[in-house]
Design a protein around this ligand. Structure first.
Ligand SMILES: CC(C)(COP(=O)(O)OP(=O)(O)OC[C@H]1O[C@@H](n2cnc3c(N)ncnc32)[C@H](O)[C@@H]1OP(=O)(O)O)[C@@H](O)C(=O)NCCC(=O)NCCS
Length: 184
């Protein structure tokens, strides 16, 4: 797939560029990433350059993952990243620490979910997070995902293990309004 741009009411989801790598390396060095993400740890500038320069373009080309930069305006600095894995429909996302606390990711999730249902055949968009990641759980709960329980995660952890995870999904027929039953 040719990378395409998405918009939320206040933000732009567009292509990552190599000039984003220093900010990505800084944001992915936040200790919360060691606990809650499967990104390399410690995270280096070389990791960021490999991610933006190799992984992201080839995953778009092979339709294995569509990844966007989140920006406040075109050409502006990267605030965070969101991705959709295919064909599983699994979401992945993060925001740099200075940009959290404004529910930016809930809006980005809404835009990516709409694109997933418009442009792919996925029956549902899926989410999982390490048990205890309340900020991430609240983000998809707000977007109307239904909690589907706790189990070993499908996405491998940094050490190759299936980390115990909270899971949820939003299917095409769901109303996308907040649902009861979340553990937090
Ligand atoms: C997940 C993440 C993207 C959310 O960022 P955001 O859009 O700025 O979300 P906010 O900080 O506005 O918080 C969303 C909700 O979680 C709550 N929240 C945030 N941090 C929290 C915490 N540490 N404990 C409990 N609740 C928390 C907020 O109060 C808010 O609740 P509300 O929607 O009911 O008001 C961001 O926290 C992040 O990048 N975390 C590190 C990477 C990560 O964990 N990614 C997800 C992996 S599955």
């Amino acid at each position: 797939m040719q990378p395409f741009t998405l918009r939320t009411p206040d933000y732009l989801l567009d292509a990552l560029t190599l000039s984003d790598a220093p900010a990505i390396a800084e944001y992915c060095s936040d200790p919360i990433f060691e606990a809650f993400m499967s990104t390399p740890w410690p995270y280096t500038l070389a990791d960021a350059e490999r991610f933006v320069g190799e992984y992201v373009p080839s995953a778009w080309a092979n339709d294995t993952e569509w990844t966007w930069a989140i920006r406040a305006a075109s050409g502006g600095p990267v605030l965070g990243v969101i991705g959709l894995r295919l064909p599983s429909g699994m979401l992945g996302y993060w925001l740099g620490a200075p940009h959290r606390g404004r529910r930016i990711m809930s809006a980005a999730v809404d835009a990516v979910v709409a694109a997933a249902f418009e442009r792919t055949a996925v029956a549902a968009v899926r989410w999982e997070a390490v048990v205890g990641n309340v900020a991430s759980a609240r983000t998809v709960a707000r977007a109307g995902f239904t909690y589907t329980g706790e189990r070993p995660g499908a996405v491998l952890g940094r050490d190759g293990s299936h980390v115990q995870s909270w899971t949820a999904q939003l299917s095409r027929t769901d109303s996308a309004t907040p649902q009861p039953g979340w553990p937090m």
